[in-house]
Design a protein around this ligand. Sequence first.
Ligand code: C2O
Ligand code: CU
Length: 489
Amino acid sequence: MPNRALPEGLALPARRATLRLLAGLPITLGASLGASLAGCGIVPASTASRTLRAGPGNQILGEQFARPTATWAFDGTSPGPLLRFRQGETAEVDVWNDLPEPTTVHWHGIRVPNAMDGVPHVTQAPILPGARFQYRFRLEDAGTFWYHPHFRGHEQVTRGLYGALIVDEAIPPAIDDDWTWVLADWLVDDHGAIRTDFEDPRDMSHAGRIGNIVTLNGRATTTRSTDLAPTPLPAGTRIRLRLLNAASARIMMLGFRDVSPTVIAFDGHPVSPHPLPSNLLSLGPGMRTDLLIDVPSGRFSVYDRTDPRRETIVNTFTGTGTARTRTAFEGPPPNPLGEPNLDRAERFELVLEGGARGRLRSARVDGKMVSIEAMVREHGMAWAMNGVAAHDHAHEPMMTLRRGTSCIISIVNQTAWPHPMHLHGHAFRVLAVNGNPTAHREWRDTAIVDANGRIEIAFLADNPGHWMLHCHILQHQRGGMMGSIRVTG
Ligand code: C2O
Ligand code: CU
């Protein structure tokens, strides 16, 4: 095994654009063209079927543990299988529930029809133990996405239920290797058993549940760089590295040493290729970043410096031979997203409040004003959005938009904690962070709002339905930091 951090299936073989062109031309002409061709009956509609089983699993998370950890996982391992489709294809995924409780699957970042969004009691009834649900949706966008339950996510995701979902571009960019790294963390006891205090009130009102081991594709990272033999790679190899943070709370800070990656996509959507600032990547829960790495000669490594006092090595490599000079990288083409009209947009403000060291005194819970003390004591909640702490997925929407409306939301964080905010069913442009316009106006589905900071996002409300907008720190979501928007029509 050349690379211990890339178990089978996640270390993907080289895919060459030319081969792909030959193999895939008829159905890979790009979403809109493909759609119109399909409409004329020239191209047979293509459906790709998969099965996922959510159930108990067992796996060794790290060398320090003698026994495997009992998890909940898709198809027995965490991360679950890498689901891979082609843009324009229709995905048909049968989900079986072998868990002792109900579940659903949410396709994070994929612009699905509302009924396929996996939100319990809003878009579907929960899948009961022993039952099955078939999800079916067309993949309009290419990129790096993921799947996870939306039913009691603060426990189900935390126990290991998640996996990556990749949609290949109609014409994929020219690269030599395509890697997917699913990062996560686990809060375990000395024997590696998952701690079951999923609703710990302190975690909920502070930074969320931060684990004590960080894993890359299900295996613990290491604090000693000598533990890890560098994986040899031919210098000059061009790698697309897809990073996904599936942790329930940890905002990861990844560092790249002796290598200079180029950012090519955020949350699945291409961004104009640019150097990773300071070779440091901040990746909040739910977020993805695609990097392009041209392997240099000599040793280089990726490390986790979320806690700067305790750096851990995520992976290390040696580039063998001399690097060729590579041509400039042409990023993947943009996804077919509707552009918001900023001049005619409706504006909203969304104020985040609560948590430890916050100023929130009371909020509306189930329609009643409740003091912060009673929120914590009686409801296990500590957060509010625009004065409302949502208990359940089914609730009054915070805003209702006619289909086709352009919308700018200022998310104002009046708490002492950062929050990765996620919108379902759409991607949004990040216009400004803490009052500063962003350099790339990148598309995202999840964006971090700094403690006491603010962001401005814009999107075209073009997907009808009831869409969650929530913090992806799952304990915050459980603690009230969840709302929704409704798009009518
Ligand atoms: Cu990744 Cu509403 O979730
Ligand atoms: Cu939060």
